[in-house]
Design a protein around this ligand. Structure first.
Ligand code: COA
Length: 164
């Protein structure tokens, strides 16, 4: 039995990552080809893939995964273990693997707060939204408010001082 893998993929912060001022990141994260604005924080065990664009003042808590074709606006909070997706398996009935034309984008507006362990299918979420912990967001969200559940549905309005 060989004691070395056939190929060892290194993780880390690739030199091609573009980041703004006051960028704080854990060394146990895996970032490549992505772009982050000013005042962002990325916790440990986060992966951010190439082409992902993140605005200013965004906090990404540990264990989250941001795949290609994801865009995040300013002043967002991405909780622990939030999973973004770009391949729904819907059209092929299997993972698209490298057939990138099958992948779909996700756009998150400004001041979006996503609770821990939420899964975000490829959707658009407007500004000023809270997503409850463990939710699965399957459809676009076009009105501000609090959404939760599987699938995520409107729960109630935002607190009056949200985002202030
Ligand atoms: C979605 C959320 C904002 C709702 O808060 P809230 O309005 O104060 O909700 P309540 O605690 O009053 O619960 C209201 C009802 O929704 C249910 N509920 C609350 N959060 C839920 C969630 N994430 N998913 C499904 N149901 C949920 C409650 O069980 C309760 O049900 P009931 O009326 O049958 O008893 C909050 O529960 C949540 O999930 N926050 C995210 C926390 C998080 O992940 N933080 C990360 C940093 S540590």
């Amino acid at each position: 039995m060989p004691n070395q893998p056939e190929k060892l993929f290194q993780i880390g912060i690739n030199p091609d990552v573009k980041f703004g001022k006051n960028f704080r990141v854990s060394n146990a994260s895996n970032l490549y080809g992505c772009e982050l604005g000013d005042d962002c924080f990325v916790g440990p065990f986060v992966e951010i893939q190439k082409g992902v664009k993140i605005g200013n003042n965004v906090r990404i808590q540990s264990h989250s995964f941001l795949c290609e074709l994801v865009t995040i606006g300013d002043d967002c909070f991405i909780g622990h273990g939030v999973m973004f997706t770009n391949d729904t398996f819907s059209d092929l009935g299997r993972p698209a693997y490298t057939e990138r034309e099958q992948w779909k984008p996700t756009n998150i507006g400004k001041r979006v707060t996503i609770g821990s362990n939420a899964t975000i299918l490829p959707v658009n979420i407007c500004d000023d939204v809270i997503i409850g912990a463990g939710s699965v967001v399957t459809k676009n969200i076009t009105e501000p408010g609090i959404y939760m559940g599987v699938p995520a549905r409107y729960h109630k309005p935002l607190p009056p001082n949200y985002g202030k």
